[in-house]
Design a protein around this ligand. Structure first.
Ligand code: 48F
Length: 260
């Protein structure tokens, strides 16, 4: 077998040219989702499937957020009715445990959620950190982004801004995007009540109920929704995350189609 001789300048040219094209296309979007954990990937899958231009920005170089850690590193998590229907739709194997409860392999869960989002047309930018928002005329118009490597190195490098009609905070327990909006703009009256101690039953219901718009153009889903509204945590149960992602997607699709 003869391996094709790829020269260094071709590698460099291809990566810079096509990488720049990809980044250029992220400058203006319908929806930007911050965080590629379970809630962010589900949100991205449904929004992109509705034909909206969707970008998911993730600070790590991998997907899945808190899924990979399972429960105390045991590689299994739980989903409950009716969230299993969404997992079935994307081909995740569900192992019945007891009535209304299934056990899921974490690696398969991460992989299939990511495939679901990408195959629906969501574009995912890895290794990029959302550090601020664009806020004009009492509305969020996009996010301010820096490479995670630049942030970790503490270098003084100005970020770039990506525009969108809606931004969704799917950053998990710290609700980072809403927290930044609240801290930097106290006059806007955005409140982050903070996550409360564990109460799995109340948490799962609450995370879906808390999902929605917190400020014009700024939406919250997943564990970030619990943190913003002061709900309890739930541990390695993922039904609420999945249903929260679906709920925020449905709300945004309706809103953006209402005001094209
Ligand atoms: O934490 P994460 O999985 O959030 P989630 O989708 O799901 C929560 C569960 O994993 C679990 C739980 C319930 O079952 O309690 O914790 O609500 O995923 C959040 C993702 O956002 C990324 C982070 O690296 C992670 O992959 N992220 C956080 N802040 C930023 C960010 C930021 N400022 N910019 C870019 N990505």
């Amino acid at each position: 077998m003869e391996i094709f001789p790829v020269e260094e300048y071709v590698v460099t040219s291809a990566i810079i040219e096509r990488g720049s094209k990809f980044l250029m296309d992220l400058a203006k979007n319908d929806v930007i989702i911050v965080g590629a954990g379970p809630s962010g990937l589900v949100t991205g899958m449904y929004i992109a499937r509705a034909g909206l231009k969707t970008c998911i920005i993730e600070r790590r170089l991998s997907f899945g957020g808190g899924i990979g850690g399972g429960g105390m590193l045991f590689p299994r998590v739980i989903v409950q009715e009716p969230a299993q229907e969404i997992l079935e739709e994307i081909g995740v194997k569900l192992e019945p445990y007891s009535r209304g409860i299934w056990v899921v392999d974490v690696a398969e869960f991460i992989a299939k959620l990511a495939v679901g989002a990408i195959d629906s047309g969501a574009r995912i930018l890895l290794g990029a950190n959302v550090e601020d928002l664009i806020i004009k005329n009492s509305r969020v118009h996009g996010v301010v982004v820096q490479w995670s490597a630049v942030t970790s190195a503490g270098l003084h490098v100005d970020p770039l801004a990506f525009e969108s009609r809606a931004v969704v905070d799917c950053t998990g327990h710290d609700a980072e995007v809403v927290t930044i909006a609240a801290k930097k703009n106290p006059e806007l009256g955005i409140k982050v009540l903070g996550e409360h101690s564990m109460d799995a039953v109340r948490a799962e219901k609450g995370v879906v109920e808390s999902t929605g718009e917190v400020f014009p153009g700024l939406w919250v889903a997943g564990m970030a929704a619990a943190a913003v509204r002061g709900g309890p945590r739930m541990g390695p149960i993922f039904g609420g995350m999945i249903l929260s992602g679906k709920k925020v997607a449905d709300l945004i699709i309706k809103e953006l189609k209402r005001c094209p």
